[in-house]
Design a binder for this molecule. Sequence first.
Ligand code: BGC
Length: 377
Amino acid sequence: MDRRQILRQRSEEIIFTNQTAGGAIIACPSFSQYNYSWFRDGAFIAYAMIRIGRLAEAERFLSWGNRVVISSREKIDALGDKLDKGEALSIRDFLGARYTPEGEEDESDWPNFQIDGYGTWLWCMAEYLKAADLSELPGVWQTGVELTIRYLRMVWQRPNSDCWEEFPDEVHPATLACIYGGLKRISPWLDQEGNEEGGTLEVFAEEIKSFVYNNLHEDGYFPKYLGSDLVDASLLWIALPFGMADLKDPVMVKTVELIEEKLLEEGGVKRYAEDTYYGGGQWIIHSCWLAWYYYESGRMVEADTLMEWVIRQQKDDGSLPEQTTEITNEPPMVKVWEQRWGTVATPLVWSHAMFLIVDQVCSESRSFNYTRFEKEC
Ligand code: BGC
């Protein structure tokens, strides 16, 4: 077996062994801070499951999330009451981003008010419904979906931590893209006879998109957060998979150029230029994401180079880390974090999921090009 095949096989094993019987997916089994199931990681991992045809496992994760949301109903109601009455809010009034496998919130001090995962979860659910060829949203999910939408309507414009648990006082375009993508994709399943929620969701999604486009950086790119000059690799999500911008939208193109200029180095992609977490190294998920963007844009050679870099990062046992620490923004911070939390999280299940997703994108874009090539001949 070559290195790519080994990585495929190990990635599948790692994904499935880290899913609990109840459907939760542990972000990294050997890193205690990541012994939780995140809506964000889990949704992308479940999407990888869908792409490799393991629908039952994806359904289990989605149902786990649905139970978590339904059990948060009182919290959502209470938040609505407080907002109606104009009462002061605390961080505990919002839903968490990560939960124990049993669905308990993480009560530690690590920031947990992040809303992107709820959009990502809705998006993944729509992908599942399509893959499973279902024409109706299962009744048991309807309640969780409606509660999630109600919650997102209340919070979408509020500052909350970005997808890296950082910058809690800012509003992040990548986060809003997750919500846009979730609403857009799930809306047809709510648009059943007698239910107009689907149509109003479209309007809501467009409102989010306009808000982001009205708050671009003055140089015409998506900023890491509103008012920032920085870019962040998670801005790629705006195009893929959430489609809030087309691949060729000049704003997206400019954002990608900046990601290439500031964050891409020798095949690996960093999160953002000022990142110091484990020094701020190159992340597997981002190299996969940029490769995804390249494959969809027909930039096959650059895409392949990134995927080859990813394949080279697997350890002897085929596991992928969260990030590598050879090339970092701030090398002394590697040790600081190792002393604080241990070595870089490995295997990071999300890294394996992104590899599997983009590995598939790679094969599909090749067969697509081949068909086109045949036609052209
Ligand atoms: C990242 C999150 C991720 C978590 C678990 C954190 O370091 O900032 O985006 O959800 O790890 O993978």
